[in-house]
Design a binder for this molecule. Sequence first.
Ligand SMILES: [Zn+2]
Length: 117
Amino acid sequence: MAKQLICSACGHVGGGQSKIKGNGFIELILWLCFLIPGIIYSIWRSSSRYKACPSCGSTNLIPIDSPVGKKLLTDQGKTLEEVLAEQKKAGGSGITMRYVVFALLGLIVLMGLINLV
Ligand SMILES: [Zn+2]
């Protein structure tokens, strides 16, 4: 289970959303035109992964089991136990659609290259 985080900007509690720097469109163009820069760009993007609040986009996420996180929860009138029980009910989100799309695009590009040869 992902570590539970609280957003210090809006108070949203959750796992946080994985965000990566860069642009998916540029990545796609690089892959289509020049294979090597595409690979380099993809590696750079995946190394720049960071967590952001899925509700407001803020990167000020604090673990809810830390003293500051607990204080933020108390300010909202919630307890750590309540939030954890809530999260358990909600369940996991599964694989992101984004990765499925990228896998398909990669496959299409690969098939195009094979046809060229
Ligand atoms: Zn937020």
